[in-house]
Design a protein around this ligand. Sequence first.
Ligand code: X95
Ligand code: ZN
Length: 637
Amino acid sequence: MLRLILVAAIVALAAAQPMDPVDPTQDPQVAAQDLTQRAKDMLKRIDKLYAEWNHKQSIAGWNYASNLTDENLAEKLNVSAAAARVTKQVAQEVNDFPWRELQDDNLKRQFQKLSVLGTAALPEESYKEFETTISEMENIYSTAKICDYKNKTKCDLALEPEITEILMRSRDPEELKHIWVEWRKASGEKVKSLYPKYVELANTAARLNNFSDYAAYWMKDYEADDFPDQIESLWQQLKPLYLQLHAYVRRELRKKYGENVVSKNGPIPAHLLGNAWAQTWSNIADFTTPFPGKKLPDVSAALVDQGYNATSMFRLAENFFTSINLTAMPDTFWEKSILEKQKGVDMICHASAWEFYDGKDFRIKQCTRVNMEDLLTAHHEMGHIEYYLQYKGQPAVFKEGANPGFHEAVGDVISLSASTPSHLKKIGLLKDDATDQEAVLNHLYSKSLDKIAFLPFAYMMDRWRWNVFQGKVTTDNYNCNWWSLAEEYQGIEPPVDRSEDDFDPGAKYHIIADVEYIRYYVSFVIQFQFHKALCTEAKQYDPKNPSANPLHQCDIYDNKDAGNLLKSMLELGSSKPWQDAMEKIAGVRQMDSAGLLEYFKPLTDWLTEENKKTNEYIGWKSTTKQCVQTREELVNV
Ligand code: X95
Ligand code: ZN
């Protein structure tokens, strides 16, 4: 009887795979080796196909992003449709192969990743509609123009550079309000009608991949069932520091703009924070810093005075990477990158780093201006290129970050060293690198306006999109849910009442470009874990004696040991779960807020003390600002 069942099982197995019939007389060991060999041959062929089609998609994507013409869009859509067909074939072949029986973890992980089709799972017409909808939203966003506040006839202001620079520099609340409202009218409101279709198609694709919705599909890359809980628990650890910073900044803004503009215990009006989305507040450091007498590191003026341009800013970033034994940009990088806005060309100015899956061609597209913000962005984008360069020996399917947050952290870790007063002095961009208490607090304060203020923004960006993809928020309250989350997490409010006739999420690039955002929240936590690990390796920091060399003064410039440790993690790509990559660099297997909290400890103490002294209200009372169904309702309100 048993033999009969065994034979039946083997026959069934043979039938299951149209490959050459399994030889039942083979002993299992040989059968296993045979399967492994067949798997390797198959992966070799698929890897070549993957690299070829990813290359084609990168070229077509790059051509469209750098010149938004109809023909470039058509070519991009044709190439991605053809690539989707190939992805479907590959997934079919993979699923017909018994890869789950393989012993080798690396081979199995490659097959597992290849078995997930992604949005290519959509029927051809739907896939084309999905890609077209996103490209149209990107086009609207990237070509949007508004009229100036003072000169109403000047109506050619784009997000980069004009709108960004006004929000960076203006201290006139009425001008800031005008720019804030007009940008949303020209971007978000114009894509409102397209968004529901994008959401519907994204969810359809997710379900075709056996995920409950697109949020779950995005979260697969973090390989942790309790990922949302991990994010929330990190926020509970970080929120107290944010509340102290928020209370202090609100007081300083109230001092500047008066109590009619900034209340004592309500949310902060979003247009006063120096950034179109209130995501980072470092552009208002100058008039809110704890010790205004102390020279604030205003590197932007030094960059202009010293004649920096886009290329020399990127050369400065490259020099840091090569100083720690990472790789210089290949020659093609300097030939093919677009580092400045191209005159008379409609292009996507939102900075990005591109790989072309041929081991040679890597590019950045950035509409660079000569200022500190864009110098940090240059380091951020070059961090992506360094990751591409370090994992270029991996099979195409592993040419990714250990998780998306890792990819966002590389450049920012380097910036933590490069933006220390001592390093800025070393490269001549700062005269005074005093390390007295007041100078340290000014430096930490300026960094906290980028790194702490950003956390609730990054969290609410995908809390909103998770709500949308999970159906918890429907199209008739997209905007009001956005503003209730913005108030709940960021403690900010719109400068004018909003309605469902507006679509403020669509005023932020990643929302309309189908780019997940919780990666930046992850990055802002783990980049401090990486920084602490690299500083320890460089003997610039002693975990047993942390106060000897404070974390915020560490600069790993020129240290090969630190660079080699970073490299040993980067070269893994996504060939191992991110917990292994984290263990490699930091010796732990989870995300941990300790590094970030330690870095800012002196500031946290000072802010808490200062807010007590001025009896500041910590937190915010819910706002009177309205969010209603239609704009005419507001007129009557
Ligand atoms: C990035 O992550 C993104 C591009 C296809 C896929 C196309 C992914 C994401 C992308 C595009 O590199 N002036 N751009 C705008 C600078 C934009 C740089 O989104 C980005 C970057 O705008 O929310 C320095 C500067 C350190 C910015 C995290 C978030 N950047 C953003 C951010 C930074 C950041 C920030 N760290
Ligand atoms: Zn990035």
